[in-house]
Design a protein around this ligand. Structure first.
Ligand code: A3P
Length: 416
């Protein structure tokens, strides 16, 4: 089977292309298989990636762009390298943890002279650490037979999409407004979209013993818990002292100040390759590092569009998102607090490894916390069932609910 691509045809594709200064001269394609948008040049590399020889002791990190990849890379690298903080501060994360399809994501001018990232990924000493944003159908086929450890990290689509916009402004100097870019994101014309392809396909694979499902929101909520969970998955032990040190090293401020993780040199060389001046001082790869900020930046109309889009896409995948109801405010506040209190509470997160007893038929019922992340509603262990929600809907405290309610938390409440 070879990878082919249909030229991307959509009125918004033209807007996006203009926003990128038409630097992706060969245009974009929708891949087959995979069905995601990639620069046409990706087709030159796609077969090599599919045929990439996988090793059992590889560790793969797969995400949708801007979902906390670098954060997780730094964590995984340290766990896999005896907490060698000294080397971690000396060598850029892009060299310690290889991004396999990076060369295929670049505009032609940047690609020329760029290293062969597939070869760089292959040539690492074992255990190799490899990052990708590709969906399962475009990842190396041997991943599914050799079955190395794979970590998937998901992030709320509103935050990921907004972060993606600022990233493209930083690296490519795109001239679109945030809402214009989000419009393109919703229309699936942005590179690596549709967002749901990768997230939901890995979601379906989350119970495989060689797959770990983490979320950005979980890391923000309790990075220590994610460190412990990830270390256990990788078969590494972490002392309390190392945990403390890791938490400090992985904090946003520390990673932002660390040249080996804030990627400023990489950003600069990408900009230089397309003739852009150094970025303005208020733009950085480590931008904001928060949950839920996107909702506050998006227009009310775009917020509404994202709500609808999230619900439609969850519904389309076998989840049972139902019509959102506006929660009475005290109930919404309690729900928000409860979500935030649960280590795995954010986007789909509770449905992963940390979930003790999810209602079996409620897998994708979300609670949408507008000022926070979209959060999974099924994280509540049965013992902590959301009686407040049930009470508010008619006092069915002791009667098992078939479906858990979907609540839209008012924008004025934050998941803190
Ligand atoms: P924002 O643009 O929202 O700030 P990726 O590494 O997948 O490209 O993701 C980049 C996003 O992760 C950026 O989000 C970045 O600021 C955030 N990030 C990176 N390291 C982080 C950390 N230590 N803590 C919180 N957020 C972090």
């Amino acid at each position: 089977m070879s990878v082919t691509g249909e030229p991307l045809k959509h009125p918004l594709a033209e807007l996006l292309s203009a926003g990128f200064g038409h630097r992706y001269r060969e245009g974009f394609v929708v891949t087959q298989p995979g069905g995601i948008v990639m620069p046409a040049e990706f087709l030159l590399d796609a077969q090599r990636i599919l045929d990439f020889p996988v090793k059992e002791d590889d560790v793969w990190l797969v995400t949708f762009p801007k979902s906390g990849t670098t954060w997780t890379q730094e964590l995984v690298w340290l766990l896999m390298n005896e907490m060698d903080f000294k080397t971690a501060k000396e060598i850029c994360i892009t060299e310690r943890f290889r991004y396999i399809e990076r060369m295929s994501t670049l505009p032609k001018a940047t690609r020329q002279g760029a290293p062969d990232t597939i070869q760089l990924a292959a040539d690492q000493p074992s255990p190799r650490l490899i990052k990708s944003h590709l969906p399962p159908a475009l990842l190396p086929r041997q991943l599914w037979s050799v079955r190395p450890k794979i970590i998937y990290v998901a992030r709320s689509p509103t935050d990921a999409a907004t972060s993606y916009y600022y990233f493209n402004r930083l690296v490519h100097g795109i001239s679109l407004s945030l809402d214009e870019f989000l419009e393109c994101f919703l229309a699936d014309v942005v590179q690596f979209t549709p967002y749901w392809t990768s997230v939901l396909e890995f979601w379906n694979l989350r119970s495989e013993p060689n797959i770990l499902w983490n979320t950005y929101e979980e890391m923000k909520q309790d990075v220590g818990a994610v460190i412990r969970k990830t270390a256990a998955f990788l078969g590494k032990s972490v002392t309390d002292e190392q945990l403390h040190q890791l938490e400090g090293h992985l904090s946003f401020s520390s990673m932002r100040a660390n040249p080996a993780t804030n990627c400023s040199d990489v950003m600069l060389s990408l900009r230089t390759s397309i003739g852009l001046p150094p970025p303005p001082s208020d733009q950085a790869f480590m931008r904001e590092g928060k949950v839920g900020q996107a909702r506050l930046r998006m227009s009310p109309e775009m917020n509404r569009r994202f709500d609808q889009w999230i619900q439609e896409n969850i519904r389309g995948t076998g989840g049972r998102a139902r019509k959102a109801k506006q929660a009475p405010l005290p109930m919404a506040r309690r729900a928000a607090n409860r979500c935030a209190a649960h280590a795995n509470a954010h986007i789909f997160g509770c449905l992963g490894n940390g979930c003790q007893s999810p209602p079996p038929d409620a897998a994708l019922d979300p609670i949408v916390c507008r000022a926070g992340a979209e959060v999974g509603g099924t994280d509540f262990p049965k013992s902590a069932a959301p009686t407040d929600l049930r009470d508010s809907q008619g006092g069915h405290r002791n009667r098992p609910r078939k479906k858990w309610p979907l609540v839209v938390i008012n924008p004025m409440f934050k998941c803190v």
